[in-house]
Design a protein around this ligand. Structure first.
Ligand SMILES: Cc1cc2nc3c(=O)[nH]c(=O)nc-3n(C[C@H](O)[C@H](O)[C@H](O)COP(=O)(O)OP(=O)(O)OC[C@H]3O[C@@H](n4cnc5c(N)ncnc54)[C@H](O)[C@@H]3O)c2cc1C
Length: 308
């Protein structure tokens, strides 16, 4: 297992923000991952898991304890003609292209999502009208509190929009099995490519970001639309700014801190609330040492800033 002390984490988040982890461990296989978490849990040592870091705001003040990165766990196997099993650290864009080559349909939506299988299950990642819940058969999950590992059928994971009932501070997604539909490899590849091309046209590629900042609060109005119409595209705090290409994306202009990003999120929430009286909920997860004030900004509704 690769191991480092006082490891800088910014390079492991697509936002390029994050202080040091006391210790960083990168297991080389599933057994190493499970025994590491088990040991840390038994010793009462704090631990947290990072996948692709594409939905994770890591504190600039750093992370206490051991951060476990799953990047080396990237095996993909086809268990039968309709099923692919992928380890926690397998990248969704790679998995989507692999499935297309194999003539398996269902993962086309995932090609532009720069996360891992583990993070995608936790987040119920989705795009282009589909999501993980639609194709997941089961996940192999280590429950650190119970100390056991078991296969959980998708129907028991309580999937909702961008969430499920697994708690990343307790459960470790070790691998996931996807049920796909056989089809023409050419057609599946063409659809996958079209989805990838769409990303390049519509998202601020080049600037470090974490994808969509807020969940869509209404079925018919996207968070991006509401932010755009409320003038949020002009917002900027320090080196954190709202993208001029897509108002639901926050970009790091270079050297932004987690404090600046959190303050910007508050301004974005306020902007939508002042215009539409709609509460916005962040989609991202946080990791590390955030002040009470910062954490309050993540959960406090924008309406509480208003005196009626
Ligand atoms: C440019 C861009 C575009 C994006 N587009 C989309 C999109 O279209 N749709 C969408 O849904 N998302 C999108 N995202 C967000 C993100 O890619 C997804 O949420 C993705 O599923 C996160 O996976 P990850 O591996 O990066 O997770 P991370 O960011 O590393 O972690 C997210 C959470 O999952 C936990 N976690 C990670 N791995 C494990 C594991 N093995 N076991 C237990 N917990 C784990 C972490 O602790 C954390 O709480 C986008 C992000 C970017 C930067």
């Amino acid at each position: 297992m690769e191991e480092a002390l006082k490891a800088p984490l910014s390079k492991f988040s697509t936002m390029k923000i994050g202080g040091e982890a006391d210790r960083l461990c990168q297991p080389q296989n599933v057994d190493e991952l499970v025994s590491l978490v088990n040991q840390l849990q038994e010793e009462g040592e704090p631990w947290s898991i990072v996948g692709g870091g594409s939905n994770l705001l890591i504190s600039s003040r750093g992370v206490k304890g051991t951060v476990i990165r799953t990047a080396f766990l990237k095996d993909i196997n086809s268990t039968n003609s309709e099923t692919l099993e992928a380890a926690a650290g397998a990248r969704l864009p790679h998995l989507a292209k692999y499935a297309a080559q194999m003539g398996l349909s269902g993962l086309e939506f995932a090609v532009g999502i720069p996360g891992t299988v583990g993070g995608a299950v936790i987040m119920n990642a989705g795009a282009h009208g589909s999501c993980i819940a639609n194709i997941l058969e089961s996940a192999l999950v280590f429950d650190s509190q119970a100390g056991d590992i078991k296969t959980i059928p998708a129907s028991e994971l309580g999937f909702v929009y961008r969430n499920c009932n697994l708690d990343p501070s307790r459960h470790v997604v070790v691998s996931a099995k996807f049920k796909l539909s056989p089809g023409s490899s050419e057609e599946i590849s063409a659809k996958t490519q079209a989805n990838e091309d769409y990303r390049w046209r519509t998202q601020p590629i080049g600037w470090p970001n974490l994808g969509s900042t807020f969940k869509n609060p209404l079925p018919d109005k996207s968070a991006g639309y509401l932010l755009d119409k409320s003038g949020a595209k002009d917002l900027k705090i320090g080196n954190a700014a709202v993208s001029s290409l897509h108002a639901n994306f926050v970009i790091n202009l270079g050297g932004a801190t987690s404090e600046e990003v959190t303050a910007l999120l508050e301004k974005m929430k306020e902007s939508v609330f002042n215009t539409f009286e709609i509460e916005m909920t962040p989609e991202w997860k946080t990791m590390g040492d955030f002040s009470d004030e910062e954490l309050a900004a993540w959960i406090k509704p924008a309406s509480q800033n208003h005196i009626s």
